[in-house]
Design a protein around this ligand. Structure first.
Ligand code: ASP
Length: 601
């Protein structure tokens, strides 16, 4: 091991990104890591790196000792350089570096720590296995790209905090050790030592606490809140994640929207983008009918329902169900697909949806010129656009009214999926998916209930504290499928950024909703007794929303995975590669907790 120096009283005067030509001839002290060393006939160059950037250090041959010491430096050695700033000769200026007009001529070198050979090169991670990066996260985070992501996260969070504080929101912490909240996923449980056999749950969201804070007259609450959901593993899902969670008293939906639009504009501004509010609004039904999905990507044109263009005979000849929608999907600029490319579109349609597709409008036009003329008139394609039709296969049985609606939505859904699949496949050709084209919208009036086919019962589509439209109250029991919730999502380019609702603030109504979700009075008392009690003390109308911070930062950082913007993420298998968690615990710990484990079956 090399002889190491102490920091002692040495104080750094500048950061590695600071120095410019105007600093020439100053004596400086820089500290950081060796990014790279180059030996060039008598001169040794070091790129010295800290969080702010890189400065070139030169060791000339004025001191043999210094040269020897510098010659021993390797990547990621941690050092201090005491030296003098020198303006570079014009032909050696490095235009790629903000400090490229100068270099520091070293007079003294201190070595604080050396470094083992690195498990991967910090300048080229393209080929590095992500698990290796996660295992050595402390090294991975030294890379400028990751430093930029960490900084972006800080700036965005700070901008949101400052904005919300400026309009009267208070940041209030709610407990991490709590009891189960009804967000619908599985809880992470924490055993209690002092109450053997009992467990806390980690919060899936601060939902009940934030509503209690409204009852407590905190008026405007927010929290950059860590949430935990033990859901099934998926590639880009994190078991713990961060939400921008907020709640306010006496809000109309529009008031919540304005708050969110305000803090998103602040977040986007922190990343150098200007956002134009207010965002467009669209009901859930409209979203399904025009985009086939409840999170429309507005960068692509909407779909059009075109059944009217066909005569009943046309529909019959084409073997299309006359009751189901006929949807025309338009994708700009990719109309000139080859025969083979058109054939390759077929597998993109969900075969189980009960839908069929017409991928060749020219052929359709030969047999049904009038229908196609009407479609063109309604859809108004531009030259070179691709049109694809999606329609329902004839049904053998006549469905009930609610089943018929489901089947119709399945056709819109299949068309919507196809639209996205084609658009993704040919993204390079149509060019609609521009990174900086931020197309936000609000989706409103979601269905209140979701039918759970396994359990054969209705579940709350958002969560059971969500209010339904007053006009739909009387349908809660008679026609649950038609009840609309005062729930809303904020959507960006096909991604749901957050969702929220106006809440129930009356105990009697909350009780009715619990009942319609199949909860007996006993179960209501046992799970939510304290809350039903609290609702009886002058609870104000209130509502709120929660947005995923990780996803927002990911978009603003231009990253492709949430793991790139979470400093210490879990893998897709929910493990922490660096700490190696989860792990078994000692028998003594288990005994203290009164817990016995058994072998996995
Ligand atoms: N608690 C909800 C969620 O996490 C958001 C809300 O209703 O405010 O999805």
């Amino acid at each position: 091991m090399a002889k190491l120096d102490f920091l002692g009283d040495l104080k750094r005067t500048h950061k590695c990104g600071d120095l410019r030509a105007s600093d020439a001839n100053q004596n400086v002290v820089l500290m950081g890591w060796v990014n790279r060393r180059r030996d060039l006939g008598g001169l040794i160059f070091i790129d010295l790196r800290d969080r702010t950037g890189i400065t070139q250090i030169v060791f000339d041959n004025s001191s043999a000792d210094l040269q020897t010491k510098a010659g021993d430096l390797r990547s990621e050695y941690c050092i201090a350089v005491i030296g003098k700033v020198k303006q570079r000769e014009p032909n050696t200026i490095n235009k790629n570096l903000p400090t490229g007009e100068i270099e520091v001529v070293a007079q003294e070198l201190r070595l604080f720590n050396d470094s083992k050979a690195l498990p991967f090169s910090l300048s080229d991670t393209g080929s590095v296995n992500e698990e290796v990066r996660l295992k050595y996260r402390y090294l991975d985070l030294r890379r400028p790209e990751m430093q930029a992501n960490v900084e972006m996260r800080h700036k965005v969070t700070l901008a949101i905090r400052n904005y919300l504080s400026s309009i009267g929101f208070m940041e209030i912490e709610t407990p991490i050790m709590t009891r189960s909240t009804p967000e619908g996923a599985r809880d992470y449980l924490v055993p209690s030592r002092v109450h053997p056999g009992e467990f806390y749950a980690l919060p899936q969201s601060p939902q009940i606490f934030k509503q209690i804070l409204m009852i407590s007259n905190c008026e405007r609450y927010f929290q950059i809140a860590r949430c935990f959901r033990d859901e099934d593993l998926r590639a880009d899902r994190q078991p713990e994640f961060t939400q921008i969670d907020l709640e306010m008293t006496f809000p109309r939906q529009e008031d919540v929207f304005a708050v969110v639009e305000g803090f998103l504009a602040a977040a986007w501004a922190a990343a150098g983008h200007k956002l134009q509010g207010p965002f467009p609004k669209m009901s859930y039904d409209q979203a399904i009918q025009q985009y086939g999905i409840d999170k429309p990507d507005l960068r692509l044109p909407a779909m059009t329902e075109v059944k009217e263009a066909f005569t009943p005979e046309n529909l019959h000849t084409l073997a299309i169900d006359p009751e189901l929608p006929v949807v025309c999907v338009r994708i700009p600029k990719i109309g000139e697909l080859s025969r083979k490319e058109r054939d390759d579109l077929k597998p993109l349609l969900n075969a189980k949806s009960g839908a069929k597709m017409f991928e060749d409008f020219k052929r359709l036009e030969k047999s049904f010129p009038e229908a196609v003329a009407k479609i063109r008139e309604k859809v108004k394609p531009e030259d070179g656009d691709l049109l694809v039709g999606v329609a329902g296969l004839p049904r053998t049985e006549k469905p009930s009214e609610s089943k018929a609606r489901q089947q119709a939505y399945a056709i819109f859904g299949a068309a919507g999926q196809l639209r996205l699949a084609i658009a993704q496949k040919y993204a390079d050709r149509h060019g609609c998916f521009k990174k900086d084209d931020f197309r936000f919208l609000w989706v409103t009036d979601f269905p209140f209930f979701e039918w759970d086919e396994n359990e054969k019962r209705w579940n709350a589509a958002h969560h059971p504290f969500t209010s339904c439209h007053e006009r739909d109250m009387d349908k809660l029991e008679t026609d649950p499928a038609a009840v609309r919730a005062l729930a809303y999502d904020v959507v960006l380019n096909g991604v749901e950024l957050g969702s929220g609702s106006i809440r129930i603030h009356r105990q009697d109504v909350q009780s009715i909703i619990f009942k319609s979700l199949g909860m007996s009075p006993e179960e209501q008392q046992q799970r939510f007794g304290f809350f039903l009690e609290a609702l009886q003390y002058g609870t104000p109308p209130h509502g709120g929303i929660a947005l995923g911070l990780d996803r927002i930062v990911m978009i603003l950082a231009g990253a492709t995975s949430l793991r790139e913007v979470i400093p210490f993420p879990k893998t897709a298998a929910a493990t922490d590669m660096m700490m190696d968690a989860p792990t078994p615990v000692s028998d003594r710990q288990l005994k203290e907790l009164n817990i016995a484990t058994r072998k996995r079956e």
